[in-house]
Design a protein around this ligand. Structure first.
Ligand code: GLN
Ligand code: ZN
Length: 763
């Protein structure tokens, strides 16, 4: 290898202290103007570029930046704006752009769903009746900006046509080639303009090749890339894949481009290379630093890997990079002050990962002596982490080893249990409830901040939480809901909260990552063996129950969601950690039940997202997720009702998994995704109880009663009212108080009216 280049695939947008989020939200609340938004975000964007430049990254991505989501940007760039937003062509202004993402008075937002197997959500493009045009060449804009402002000759990043179309909806499979044909000239124009502006490399993201695409799609890909390549003879196109190995490796690496980017961290790309070789005329971009997790890279081991890869590569250029965009990890660990030094030293966020990439580039190709210091530091940090006390809970290890199939099984079948539960709970038909969290007002957040800063005492804080619970029990009773919640006011985040209380976790201060739009989450770090310490949720729910005769649901986050939304240490199998979490949560479930709570909801919104892209690995994952859920929930009494909740994922093809969870009641987001899930329950027989979310909580507008009634009536054509629940799509924590109350009132009224009209048919 004569030419080793370090590269990055994408940099977090949010800023070291979430400045991006704040700017966006201020703009939406109209506290800053469009000019101010533009100014703040430009500053951030340039700072991000400067950091990468300073780190010594050779190929710095540009155009990976976004004001909301890069899939939405691609749609905006090609004028793919649904008709209901009254868009008349030309540049897509901010108002239209954010309307598609968030909805406006007269037009519901586009669907948002999970980006492959991550907790990042993208806005699903709607291709009904579109006539794609190039409205504005975004990559060019950002390429030029970086060049002019900072003298950076960046590597523009574009979402590739195959992935873009595959992630879109609103067309039939047979129209795929026609659509591809319609977008191709636009892609050509984007690339040509970049070539003319002097770009040398361009990164075209095609993560779809981590999934099992058909032979026809591969053929179309070949034609499309041949056309792109022909149109831009001077441009080096890197076809970038990530998140797992490429399934049709042979076909993909033969696509007519100059470079191929592969993930060598997740999925076995090395095995593919060994088996099929790598084309000698192409540059290989090797993703060797984990872009999905936060632990330091084992540099020695990574160098070995690079060396091994080099044996199969003929081209004299090799690119060294993270396994995917760094969008999925926090920005920098430098502001962390409270973490145990053993942990902090073992961490590597985006900025540190780029240093690792640059170090590896320096040390590759038998030049290890140039990085001896770094090698030593990485080895020491990782050894200390592995030998720390966090990894030494032998009881937990033994308990997991001794688990059996029957440890995750309820005594009675559903049909028998539900009779007992109904007798006990005495709920009306079509019972109404919510998903758990209630609006976290500025006051709630402020009080929590004061408490965390030590400005108010534990007692004051607890009293405040109690008062808020009390206020909301009264509100819920007034609204007329049948099953109440305590509101989750004590939780910032449904995973972080448990992370702070279970053994084996640590929580960072600034470890935020973007989840959707401006919403960021702070995944806790699982640093060692996980176990139950003391009850985590009992106090609040018991207090709430003491205030009302209506049942209050206990509320906790399920094991797979905790696993998927944490950064998990990676030297033990993930499923081992999953079972450790499940055993710990089982204790919590027991404690809630013993405290007299009759309904316990265990949320699994992240269950679907963790499914491996590679179909060969899916059943192992889904089985493990089901086992973990059942281990958590199945030791309850027959008349304790177990609920679960899921949302914002593609739920096609996992009906059997949902069924296998054996939860008595499932609530699932339905309205935001425009009712798509309903057909699954029309095609299959689901015998347990179910609430298909009857309104989209993300929309700023209040749903009308008629709309909600429609959303209830459609599924009632195939699902019996006896098993149907009425609830919103998801938790209400990010919503405004007044609007939430209004919307819930409409929901309860709609339920009442349908209940009355149906009642005669039921008896
Ligand atoms: N119980 C949680 C809440 O209501 C569930 C959130 C979620 O599904 N993401 O906020
Ligand atoms: Zn949800």
């Amino acid at each position: 290898m004569t030419n080793l280049l370090s590269s990055n695939l994408g940099y977090p947008r949010i800023g070291e202290k979430r400045e991006w989020k704040k700017a966006l939200e201020n703009y939406w609340n109209r506290t800053i103007s469009e000019e101010e938004l533009l100014e703040t975000t430009k500053h951030l964007r340039l700072e991000n570029l400067k950091k990468q430049q300073k780190a010594g990254v050779d190929l710095i991505p540009v155009g990976d930046y976004s004001f909301y989501d890069h899939v939405l940007d691609t749609s905006a760039m090609f004028g793919v704006i649904p008709e209901r937003f009254d868009y008349n062509g030309g540049k897509v202004d901010f108002e239209t752009y954010f309307a598609v993402a968030r909805g406006v008075k007269n037009a519901v937002a586009s669907v948002m769903t999970k980006w492959f197997n991550t907790n990042y959500h993208y806005i699903v493009p709607e291709l009904e009746n579109v006539k794609p045009t190039l409205t504005e060449n975004y990559p060019l804009k950002y390429y030029t900006e970086a060049k002019e402002e900072l003298g950076i000759d960046g590597k523009p990043v574009i979402l590739g046509p195959i992935t873009y179309l595959k992630l879109s909806k609103g067309y039939e499979e047979k129209d795929f080639p026609t659509l591809l044909q319609a977008f191709l000239p636009l892609y050509i124009q984007v690339l040509k303009e970049l070539e003319e502006a002097g770009a040398e490399w361009v990164q075209i993201d095609e993560p779809i090749f981590g999934t099992d695409v058909s032979k026809e799609v591969l053929d179309y890909a070949h034609r499309v890339y041949a056309a792109l390549d022909e149109a831009t003879p001077k441009l080096n196109i890197i076809l970038q894949t990530y998140f797992e190995r490429v399934i049709h490796y042979k076909e993909v690496v033969e696509l007519p481009v100059q470079g191929i980017g592969l993930d060598f961290v997740h999925g076995d790309s090395l095995a593919s290379i060994k088996q099929h070789g790598f084309p000698n005329d192409k540059v290989l971009a090797v993703g060797v630093v984990d872009g999905r997790n936060v632990w330091r890279a084992d540099l020695e081991n990574r160098l070995e890997l690079i060396k091994e890869i080099e044996r199969y590569v003929e081209h004299d250029t090799l690119i060294i990079q993270p396994s995917c965009s760094l969008l999925h990890v926090p920005v920098t660990k430098k502001h962390e002050q409270a973490l145990d030094p053993v942990i902090k030293d073992g961490l590597s966020f985006a900025d540190e990962k780029l240093e690792e990439v640059v170090t590896l580039t320096k040390g590759a190709n038998n030049k290890k002596q140039r990085i001896t210091e770094e090698l030593k530091a990485s080895d020491e940090a990782l050894t200390n982490l592995k030998q720390s006390d966090y990894r030494k809970d032998h009881d937990v290890k033994r308990n997991v080893e001794n688990l059996r199939e029957q440890d995750a099984k309820r005594t009675l079948p559903f049909a028998k249990r539900i009779e007992k539960q109904q007798e006990d709970l005495q709920l009306p038909v079509l019972p109404t409830t919510t998903i758990g969290s209630l609006p976290q007002t500025a006051e709630v957040k402020q009080t929590r901040r004061k408490w965390r800063n030590g400005d108010i005492t534990n007692e004051d804080y607890e009293q405040f939480i109690k008062n808020t619970i009390k206020k909301w029990i009264a509100i819920q009773e007034d609204i007329g809901l049948d099953v109440l919640v305590h509101g989750e006011f004590e939780r910032t985040d449904m995973v972080e909260y448990f992370g702070e209380k279970l053994n084996g976790f640590q929580v960072s201060e600034f470890g935020w990552v973007q989840s959707y739009g401006s919403r960021c989450v702070k995944p806790p770090l699982i640093v060692g063996d996980v176990s139950f310490d003391q009850p985590m949720t009992v106090k609040e729910v018991v207090y709430a129950q003491s205030l009302t005769d209506k049942p209050v649901k206990g509320m906790l986050t399920g094991p797979t969601t905790i696993l998927n939304w944490s950064f998990v240490y990676d030297d033990v199998p993930r499923y081992t950690v999953l079972n450790q979490i499940a055993l710990a949560l089982k204790e919590e479930v027991k404690a809630i039940e013993e405290a007299g709570i009759k309904i316990i909801q265990v949320d699994e919104p992240a269950l679907r997202e963790g499914t491996p892209l590679d179909s060969a690995k899916q059943s192992e994952y889904l089985d493990a997720a089901v086992y973990g859920f059942k281990l958590t929930t199945s030791s309850v009494k027959d008349d304790t009702q177990i609920h679960t909740h899921m949302c914002y994922s593609d739920f096609h093809n996992i009906f059997n998994t949902i069924d296998a969870l054996d939860a008595d009641v499932l609530s699932i987001e339905t309205s935001k995704s425009h009712g798509e899930i309903i057909s699954t329950f029309e095609e299959n027989t689901y015998e347990k109880e179910i609430g298909l979310g009857v309104y989209d909580i993300h929309s700023p507008r209040i749903p009308s009663k008629e709309e909600i009634k429609q959303n209830i009536n459609r599924p009632l054509q195939s699902i019996s009212p006896k098993q149907f629940w009425i609830n919103p799509d998801c938790g209400l924590k990010t919503r405004q108080e007044g609007k939430t109350i209004e919307a819930l009132k409409v929901m309860v009224q709609a339920a009442k009216e349908i209940r009355e009209s149906k009642l005669s048919n039921l008896v």
